[in-house]
Design a protein around this ligand. Structure first.
Ligand SMILES: Cc1ncc(COP(=O)(O)O)c(C=O)c1O
Length: 433
């Protein structure tokens, strides 16, 4: 039985609208909720600093009444409309789980893939829906046929669990890991050169992270991919931190594989992700978990047919997140997040000992930045900011980097950033006596 997406949406809209006091799903469609994009008086080029527009975005979220959340790079909150869709989907699923999840809710998968394909600049039949970037990247790391002695190039700055996945693969199968060594503050050319120097005749794959989670540094992926391809290597890109935060194009990257977490910058339900596999590479990779039916030949081998039971209620909430994200879109969100980073960093710059570890002036940079205060312990500052100023930032430590990562999102207000900077200044002044 497959009643189709339209009926499900009608049913869900009715259910949610009927729930007393809830914001009705039926009443939300990005433009409508914000009074239409024409409602703002600023020209589009200046909308990134139109506080009236962004305060309307903020009002679409339910947030902690006291704590300013400046750790959206960890995981982002969902706007109310997404939370409510997931609750409604879940209620619907529970009426008759096997039918309502697998026949009805899952009927919305093609539409979600089509919308994601536009955002990611790929084809819908290159997209597998899954739970997160870790799952998508481990599918590639463990599913790529490799022989003893083959080499993989990665960097010191890739996400921890994925570096560990490669180390596990290396120990199991006798492959070698070669590190592209660079300072995350280095120029784009230096970084590209580091990858080029690490690639050798036995390199089978180059693995690179678009935006480093330690500092928010954006790497020149198209250039790294181009060099890797010229040298005959397969290319894998971790776009967990950049996707939806800024325009990300699978085609412009030119890579073979890309994985993202939709619960980060897209603000989709927790536990939703996407793996993009270029069509030509689909046959080469083993799925991480085996399919229920005969092995499918298409992209399905990496998603529903191989995942066992997953949360259809959460997965279907992706569509509301995409609609919400369209209210501003990746270009405007990127401009806003760069503006917010510049806003707090310029106000913190004269705090004694303040040092940034992110080249925030580069036009590729976005919401993430890492800073340190000379002579002060980052976890101690983190704790004081939370306890005394109700500001949540996180310590990040790797090799010589040791600092606090700040990552605002679309709903962050300038007042919250002012509080963060005032708190930091006060803590530092107090410590310096
Ligand atoms: C660069 C990067 N890759 C991968 C991940 C893993 O994401 P997830 O936990 O959603 O799988 C993260 C999480 O912060 C990340 O920053």
């Amino acid at each position: 039985m497959n009643v189709g997406r339209r009926n499900v949406v009608q049913w869900l809209a009715g259910t949610v609208a009927a729930a007393a006091g809830s914001r009705a799903l039926a009443a939300f469609d990005g433009q409508e909720a914000f009074g239409g994009t024409a409602a703002t008086s600023r020209p589009a080029t200046e909308r990134y600093k139109d506080e009236e527009f962004w305060s309307r975005v903020r009002s679409a979220y339910s947030m902690h009444p006291q704590i300013a959340n400046l750790n959206n790079a960890g995981v982002s909150p969902q706007p109310n409309v997404v939370q409510e869709a997931v609750i409604a989907n879940n209620r619907f699923a529970n009426l008759l789980p096997a039918v309502n999840m697998w026949d009805r809710l899952d009927a919305g998968r093609p539409a979600i893939k089509a919308a994601l394909a536009v955002l990611a600049d790929c084809d819908a039949d290159e997209i597998a829906l899954n739970r997160n970037s870790t799952e998508g990247l481990c599918t590639i790391i463990f599913g790529m046929p490799l022989r003893r002695g083959d080499e993989i190039v990665l960097s010191d700055w890739d996400y921890d669990s994925l570096r560990h996945a490669w180390e596990q693969r290396a120990r199991r199968d006798g492959i070698e890991l070669r590190i592209a060594r660079f300072d995350p503050m280095a120029s784009a050319q230096t970084i590209v050169r580091a990858y080029a120097e690490a690639i050798g005749p036995r390199t089978r794959a180059v693995y690179a992270t678009h935006m480093l989670h330690y500092t928010g540094r954006v790497l020149p992926i198209p250039e790294i991919v181009a060099i890797a391809k010229r040298r005959g290597a397969i290319t894998v890109v971790d776009a967990a931190q950049s996707f939806a935060q800024m325009p990300v194009s699978f085609r412009k990257f030119g890579c073979d594989f890309m994985a993202v977490s939709l619960h980060k910058w897209l603000c989709a339900p927790f536990g939703t992700g996407m793996l993009v596999v270029s069509r030509a590479r689909i046959p080469d990779i083993w799925p991480l978990t085996a399919p229920y039916e005969d092995a499918p030949v298409g992209i399905e081998k990496f998603d529903w047919s191989s995942l066992g039971t997953y949360s259809s209620a959460s997965e279907q909430g992706i569509s509301q997140a995409i609609t919400f994200h369209r209210t501003f879109g990746a270009d405007l969100l990127h401009a806003r997040l760069r503006y917010l980073t510049g806003y707090w960093a310029s106000r913190a710059a004269d705090i004694p000992g303040f040092r940034l570890h992110t080249p925030i002036d580069a036009d590729t940079q976005g919401a993430l930045a890492l800073f340190s205060i000379e002579g002060l312990d980052p976890p101690a500052i983190e704790k004081r900011l939370m306890d005394d100023w109700q500001v949540h930032v996180v310590t990040r430590k790797r090799k010589e980097l040791y600092g606090l990562r700040v990552s605002p999102h679309a709903y962050t207000s300038l007042a919250e950033l002012d509080r963060f900077v005032a708190g930091l200044r006060s803590i530092v002044n107090e410590q310096r006596g």
